[in-house]
Each structure stands twice: as structure tokens, then as C-alpha cells.
Design a protein around this ligand. Sequence first.
Ligand code: AMP
Length: 489
Amino acid sequence: MTFQALGLIDPLQRTLESLGYRQPTPVQKQAIPAVLAGRDLMAAAQTGTGKTAAFALPQLQKLLLEGVTAPKAVRTLVLVPTRELAEQVYQSFRSYGGNLPLKCAVAYGGVPIEGQISKLRKGLDVLVATPGRLLDLHDQAAISFELLTTLVLDEADRMLDLGFERDLDILLAAMPKQRQTLLFSATFSDAIRQLASGMLRDPVTIQVSASNTTTKTVRQWLIPTDKRSKPELLLHLLKKHRWGQVLIFVKTRKGVEALIKTLQEHGYTADAIHGDKTQPMRLRALDRFKQREVQLLVATDVAARGLDIEALPQVVNFDLPTVAEDYVHRIGRTGRAGMEGEAVSLVCADEVELLKDIEGLIGQVLHRVEEAGFEADHRVPETGSKGAALAAAKKAAAEAPRKKRPFTGPPGGRAAAKQAQTTGTATAKPSSAGKSGTGNGAGSKAGAGRAASAGTIIVTGGRGAKSLARSAGKAQAQGNPRRAKGGAR
Ligand code: AMP
């Protein structure tokens, strides 16, 4: 199948040819005609499947052929959870639509708002934004949704995990009801299905691979070891396997900095991406890694999504993620666009519960490989049977009919939930039903959701802190420390 057969116009086809895209990926095959036909979309597609082009290409075509913008107006709005993803999606729009007379811009927090306000003044065809900054722009009357025809929610599951649900509710209430809505999510949790059913009309559902499964081209394995042995083990693996570019995930910012120091002391070039780095610093680190100026990029989960690094062969989970879904996103950095990749996790006894969660989610027991000289003194218990049992239980739960759950989330945070009961829901097959515990609809495993339902939240500034405050309903501003209680990442 060709892009032409999907109904894309010549200028876009030429651009794709120059980018070396020979044929559409599965998600593009299904999404492009549906979007061109004006349908709403609910798509389960991970990073690496070509999902950005799946919504960007038909959007650009529609914008070109239908209507014009006006001062402060935005015609297509793409909401994404992180600054990194915002930058990446924006760059995709630029590369696909670079030769079209359309105006695109990006807006996220952590950088001055004035430049973004000034870009909006004359109006935009496409704005890619994170919810918190978009709300700030809206509060300042710098943006109008009057001409908004399409809303794209990219990585919607991550948006809920990061506590953006309340921001979304406020923003959605300000948008025209008559619009096209495209929802992309790597995983379909209960909360996502509720969100979708409140905002999508008779959506076309797309599932390019079973949700909550990891990319097939990634070889995954783990090495059981002790916590204190991990730095030495990593150095040993780098040497033994002669790895080139490696993306390494570490749980905490402090952990990232400590590991960078060790790696540099041993002569490796390494850079960091985490929440304490400013946006320009993060982009520079990513750029240096992409340009191969540094060999190792060490990141917290804030960077797990939205990094598009071509042909990255190796991901190392130095620590396992605390949210199992993040494992899927982390390893989605490799094995992209059909290339082979490898993801290895260094797992200590403390992490066995996290491991079970991950194995339950992906429905697979990770292959264990002992590394001589680094065997764990504190044995990492076998997960095989329990992990498999958990997976089976989840599968059964997913296949069972959905039950309504009471909403116990932040005040006013469930307009969508109410509508969900009347508009019916999307038809995608559930895959992790029964997983979330509290039913607060805000990615219940995430700290944000927990903090919100617990009552007052103390906002201490930093990434996403305002959104957390909104999500809690009540907020008290405080000084500097970066993390908001409940864990803004
Ligand atoms: P995404 O899933 O949108 O993050 O895209 C993953 C990668 O696949 C990006 O580097 C895209 O440039 C690339 N890509 C997207 N569509 C195609 C295609 N049809 N052919 C080849 N590469 C593609």
C-alpha cells in the first residue's frame, strides 16, 4: 500500500519520499483515511509505530484544504504530556509540513511564556502544547479555541499518570463541542477508556499491537544482582558487550547524577536528562546523544517518552520503574520502526514486586541471565509462576465485562466520567482492566492521583506542580523544592 492510496496529496507524498518513508506503517494505514474522513479516533499505538505521522499527515492536509486561522486562534491542537514529546511532535509537524503554508508552534512550561504568546498573536494552524502551559495561556486570554476543529491527545495515558486530568477537564470545557478528537495512548487503562468515552463520538478504534505489550523486535532480559553491585555491573557490561550508544534509566535524579559521575570517572562520555535540568539543558543533552557526541544518556522516566532516537540499539534499566507501564515506554526507545533492539534490566531483591508488576503487564516472564561475579547475595525471588498467574488474572479481568466504578477523585474532576455513562465507550479490547486501584481516574498508581484524593496538596514548584495543584483542587504555594508532594516528575 502507498501513501497515495491512503488519499494523501502530492506535496505530502513528496515530503515522505524525501524522508525515505516508502510505505505506511499499520497505524498510518488505518488512521490516515479515518482522520481524512473526519472521524474521531481511539488508537492504541506505542511510540515507534509511526503514530505521530498517523495524525500529523492527515491533519496537515485538512488544514491546507479547509479554512484559515485568525488572531489568537488555533485550528489543530495537539496535547502531549511532556516537554520532550512536545518538542518531538512539533519537529515532526515541521518536517512533514515544512513546505506547506501553515503556521505551527509549540508551547510548554519551563521556558518564558512571552515568546509563545507572541506566536499566538497572529493565530496558528497547529499548536503542540503541554496541558499546564496551555492552561496558563488560556488563563491569560492569549489563545482562542473558537476556530478549533481538531484536538489530538497524544500519550493520553501518560497525561493521566502525570496528574493532568483536572487541567484536561478545564481545557475541554473551554473547547467547542463540535470538533474532531483523536486519542492516542500506548496503553488503555480504565481511566483512559472513561476519558475517551466522554470526549469521542463514534470513534474508529485502532489497535496496532495488543496494548500493554512490548515491541516484538526488542530482546528483553534481566540480570539479578545486588543493589550495590549495579554500577560495577553496568561498567562490566559496557566493556564486555562493547555497547555503543546506550540509554540508561535510573529511578531518581540523585541516582542519575551519581551514576553519571561513576561513568565519567571511568572514561565514558555521559549526559543526564531529569527534572532538575532546564529544558534547554535537556534538549542539548538529547541532541549531543543523537549526534553521538556522548555515548551514554542517563535519564529518569521524565524522558521515557517522547525521545525519538533513530536506530538506538540498547536500553538499560539500571533501576526498574515504579509504574509498570513505564517499562513499556522505556524499552520503546529501542527496536523502533522495525529495527532490532535490546533492553536489559538490572534487578535487585528490593525490586521483585516491581518486576512482578511488569511481567504481569506485558504477559511475559523476563529471561534471567546470571552474570558471573555479580550474582546477588540477596537472592531475587523467582517470579515465573506468580508473574504468569498475574498475567492470566489480568487477561481474565480484561475479558470480563466492564463494571462501573465509583468516582472518588478530585472535586469537579469527572465531568467526562458522567458523560461516559451516556455516550457509550470505545470498542477497543481492554487489556489491563482491574489494574488501577482507587478509581480516581487519574492514573491511580501515580502519586499525583493519590495526593489529589488525599486532600490538600502542598505545591512546591517545579515541573507540573501547578497542574497537580489544580488536580487537588486546593493548593498552597511554597518555596523552592522542586517536587510537589505526590511526585510531579
Ligand atoms: P513515532 O511512533 O511517531 O514516534 O515514529 C517512530 C519513528 O518512525 C520516527 O522516527 C518516524 O520518523 C519513523 N516513521 C514514521 N512513519 C514511517 C514510515 N511510514 N516509514 C518509515 N519510517 C517511519
